[in-house]
Design a protein around this ligand. Structure first.
Ligand code: 9MR
Ligand code: ZN
Length: 499
């Protein structure tokens, strides 16, 4: 056991115990005097259960269909069958007109459906699939499509992809979201019968759409050539629209967030990435290049790359996945010069992260805790993992696993931030179905510590301690599809290349 050391962010006193030499699989606990720890496992397949539960949660988020969950008995009748009505008049549709846009996934604890988070969720998970296809199989998740001969992951991602297609306009532009005008109370989705609206088109969403659909075009071509062609056509059409709209355009009307998330530069978000769509276009160009090999896309990347750094992949700025996918693209294509630049940018970030990890008692790569900090922990873990993949340096690998350890319980709260994973895990998630059914839905990762605690329930201003396991705390204890995705990816990477 190491000497006690203070973790600056939490003020906790921390001692490390190394279990490397324990190689007998089993369930263990620690006891010092009267104090006994939660039990924990040592073994080969310790992540499999978390991986499958977290992946399966997307099935439970499906919209527009009846959910009959054979494993947990969670379910509801079909919801939101009237999706949706145009909220505003634009140059192709009139307010009040209807467009069929059923399906997709509810975003989080709410019932909104947003192109941004769906695109990055699909992107993160299809990228994992491309790198480690053996993590996935048919009949893995016990979903309605299990047994159809293709990996369940692809069936589930198709739900998000096909819904995104419904959000595209004839000219390739993509509408940003679909939701009600009022936040529904804590009811089941089929009880939410308010009208649901399709909100304005936007170039950042159109670009993220193009990227995700371009990826899908290559991934699904092994299983369904027609579907893959359709996805590619949609991606190309979206890119065409972006060429006709060279500046960032977001059709936003005051009040468009009255009953749904903004996913836009706003009162809490000041990041530069929200005032430009170059980062979104970069991801689109990278995926379109990998899929089609067309020169216009590599010219675009050559031109834009010098201005970008390697950042944290999310809906605010998805450019990092463009770089990672470029670096590890199949068939060894791509320009060496671009790869060298990307590699350097990625390692610059990874080295900064490693410094932060080494300074932190919990070996955490984050030093600020805002809304969705757990998602950021997972994404930083992925960046560290990528750095390990590029260099073989074990220090990066260890730091990547450290991020996962934090999420699954090695934190101030002694708590796994994923429901039904671990021996002490979060229970009171801000999630309408879970609250209405008075149940715990397994495999949901919550947002985590958020020093701004905008909900007024979690304590404010405490950094990593600004968190509470309370279903009212939407700013710290809500689950969202784009939180689970990087956590699943980090787990998958560690499972696939764990040493
Ligand atoms: O995850 C989002 C976070 O990055 C933003 O800071 C926050 C405020 O805009 O919104 C979060 O997303 C929520 C969305 O707006 C509505 N659905 C639930 C999402 C998770 O809390
Ligand atoms: Zn629904």
């Amino acid at each position: 056991m190491s000497a006690p050391r203070q973790d600056t962010a939490s003020q906790d006193s921390i001692q490390r115990i190394d279990f490397t030499s324990f190689n007998r699989p089993g369930r263990y606990y620690l006891k010092i005097g009267e104090i006994q720890s939660y039990p924990f496992e040592i073994g080969q397949a310790i992540y499999q259960d978390a991986f499958n539960k977290m992946l399966r949660s997307y099935y439970l988020q499906r919209c527009g269909v009846a959910i009959r969950d054979s494993i947990n008995g969670i379910g509801h009748s079909p919801c939101h069958l009237n999706d949706g009505t145009f909220a505003h008049t634009d140059d192709m549709h009139r307010a009040g007109e209807m467009k069929r846009a059923q399906g997709g996934w509810h975003d989080a604890g709410d019932f909104g459906k947003y192109v941004g988070p769906i695109a990055v969720t699909v992107g993160r998970l299809l990228s994992l699939y491309e790198q480690y296809p053996s993590l996935f199989s048919d009949r893995q998740l016990m979903i309605p499509e299990s047994g159809n001969g293709r990996p369940d992951l692809l069936d589930e991602m198709k739900v998000g992809l096909d819904w995104m297609l419904t959000m595209q306009r004839r000219d390739g532009a993509v509408y940003r979201k679909l939701s009600g005008k009022e936040w529904p109370p804590m009811i089941l989705p089929n009880e939410d019968i308010q009208p649901r609206y399709i909100y304005g088109i936007s170039t950042p969403e159109t670009a993220k759409f193009a990227a995700a659909l371009a990826m899908a075009a290559r991934v699904y071509s092994d299983y369904d050539v027609l579907l893959a062609k359709n996805y590619l056509k949609a991606a190309q059409k979206a890119w065409e629209f972006l060429q006709n709209e060279p500046s960032m355009r977001v059709d936003w009307v005051e009040g468009d967030d009255s009953g749904s998330g903004k996913y836009l530069a706003g009162e809490w978000d000041t990041e530069a990435s929200l005032t430009t769509d170059k980062d979104d276009r970069f991801w689109a160009a990278a995926e379109l290049l990998i899929t089609t090999g067309e020169a216009i896309f590599s010219e675009y990347l050559e031109q834009e790359l010098p201005r970008l750094s390697y950042t944290l992949f999310e809906w605010k700025d998805p450019s990092a996945l463009g770089m990672a996918d470029y670096l590890w693209q199949p068939r060894q294509q791509g320009s060496e010069n671009l790869k060298v630049q990307m590699k350097q940018k990625l390692l610059e970030r990874a080295d900064r992260l490693l410094d932060t990890v080494n300074r932190s008692g919990y070996r955490l790569a984050l030093d600020k805790f805002i809304w969705a900090s757990n998602k950021m922990v997972a994404e930083e873990g992925i960046t560290l993992f990528y750095a390990y993949k590029l260099t073989g340096n074990q220090a990066y690998y260890q730091a990547a696993v450290d991020q996962l350890d934090y999420l699954l319980g090695r934190n101030h709260f002694n708590l796994s931030f994923v429901t039904a994973v671990g021996s002490n895990s979060v229970r009171n998630v801000h999630h309408r179905v879970a609250v209405a059914k008075k149940t715990v839905i397994p495999g949901l990762m919550v947002g985590g510590a958020n020093t701004e605690a905008q909900d007024g329930i979690a304590p404010k201003g405490l950094g990593p301690l600004s968190y509470v396991d309370d279903q009212r705390s939407y700013a710290t204890n809500e689950y969202a599809i784009d939180y689970n995705a990087p956590a699943i990816a980090l787990i998958g990477m560690v499972m696939a290349e764990g040493s």
